[in-house]
Write a protein that binds this ligand. Structure first.
Ligand SMILES: Nc1ncnc2c1ncn2[C@@H]1O[C@H](COP(=O)(O)OP(=O)(O)OP(=O)(O)O)[C@@H](O)[C@H]1O
Ligand SMILES: [Mg+2]
Length: 349
């Protein structure tokens, strides 16, 4: 599980646009992705078609200590698509700081809540508000990585040192130091100023800058208006292209920072006509990607490259759902039967 916060206290630099469209682009590369809307303005929820007035519970309910309002993170998550889930926000979130102000673990609340989802998500993307307050502190504390969108049309580097100040505070206070990478946003090729700024951002961040600058593109605005990710609104637009390319860069970092593991799955079923593997690593989907290949000795095989985590899965042999007979590790599922459980090692830190 990789937890990535999108943060910058500067308003309008593309945090929410990045959170929505990166989450969506990642969800077509790897299941599963959770987008956490940690901004009381609830723009990310809005952009994915969820209105704060229509929901009864939000991420606030997963974070509060008030017993009658408290829910688990699973209770409040909304399914946007098979691989993309949303923990929506509403205005109540702005009252959380006041509510938790005397609690020792207040700044680690989100971290604790997200830890309860281990194995359920490959990526958790957090959209944070335009301030360096309590909620942003929680987002940074909960994350392994931070993406800092830098708007190229403005004097954006000026405020960045304050964000680094907060990261330093987190390091000193709780010995937590997420990796930080900048993302150039609102890049306008037609203006010289954009290029001057891009050079400056490159000099400042060096290798800690995503190679993909996100271009100014009206499809990104229209997608919000239509309340869908840009990929769905216009998959051929420059905006969709840029966020696909960013998602590939983010996914590529995995081999550098995380222990990927190859997992081989085998089923001995010489008579079977069709065998699939379905589980949390592929969204429980039966498709070309989850079909096992039959070897000459009658065994069926499939290899997956998996991130660290804990995964439930089952085989589907000619329509029948079966446990993995090569793996004794199993657990009861919500339907009252069992799933096989696979654990893949911890990530390097
Ligand atoms: N690459 C882009 N091209 C065109 N418009 C964009 C682009 N990125 C963001 N926008 C638009 O700019 C505005 C601000 O973007 P966004 O909401 O993503 O910023 P934000 O940092 O989340 O803002 P806030 O600080 O208020 O949370 C929105 O109207 C959005 O549609
Ligand atoms: Mg925003």
């Amino acid at each position: 599980m990789r937890v990535i916060a999108v943060a910058n206290q500067k308003g309008g630099c593309g945090k929410t646009t990045t959170a929505i469209n990166l989450a969506s682009a990642l969800s077509s590369l790897r299941p599963k992705v959770l987008l956490v809307d940690l901004d009381p303005q609830s723009h990310a929820s809005y952009g994915l078609g969820v209105s704060s007035q229509d929901i009864e519970q939000s991420i606030y309910n997963a974070l509060t200590d008030t017993p009658e309002r408290r829910r688990t993170i699973n209770d409040i998550v909304i399914k946007i698509s098979d691989n993309l889930h949303l923990a929506p926000s509403n205005i109540l979130l702005s009252t959380l700081e006041q509510e938790l102000k005397d609690k020792d673990d207040a700044v680690s609340k989100l971290h604790l809540v997200l830890s309860q989802t281990v194995g359920a998500y490959n990526y958790i993307i957090i959209d944070s508000p335009p301030s360096l307050g309590f909620l942003t502190f929680n987002a940074l504390r909960a994350s392994d990585e931070v993406i800092v969108p830098i708007e190229l049309g403005a004097l954006s580097l000026m405020g960045v040192s304050r964000l680094f100040g907060m990261l330093e505070l987190i390091k000193v206070k709780i010995n937590h130091a997420p990796r930080v990478k900048a993302l150039a946003t609102l890049y306008d090729r037609r203006t010289k100023f954009s290029d001057i700024m891009l050079d400056e951002v490159r000099r400042f961040f060096k290798d800690d800058l995503y190679k993909t600058p996100i271009r100014v593109n009206v499809a990104l605005k229209k997608a919000v208006y239509n309340r869908i990710p840009v990929e769905k609104f216009d998959g051929k637009s420059p905006g969709a292209e840029d966020y696909r390319s960013l998602a590939l860069e983010v996914a590529k970092d995995e081999s550098a920072f995380y222990n990927y593991a190859e997992a081989d799955f085998t089923v001995n079923a010489p008579q079977a006509k069709e065998v699939y593997i379905v589980g949390e690593f592929n969204g429980w989907r039966m498709d070309d990607n989850s079909r096992l290949s039959r070897r000459e000795d009658g065994r069926w095989m499939k290899r997956f490259s998996l991130m660290p985590g804990r995964y439930r899965y089952k085989f589907v042999v000619d329509g029948q759902w079966l446990l993995d007979s090569n793996n004794s590790n199993k657990e009861v599922n919500p339907f009252g039967s069992f799933d096989s459980i696979l654990k893949i090692g911890e990530k390097e830190t």
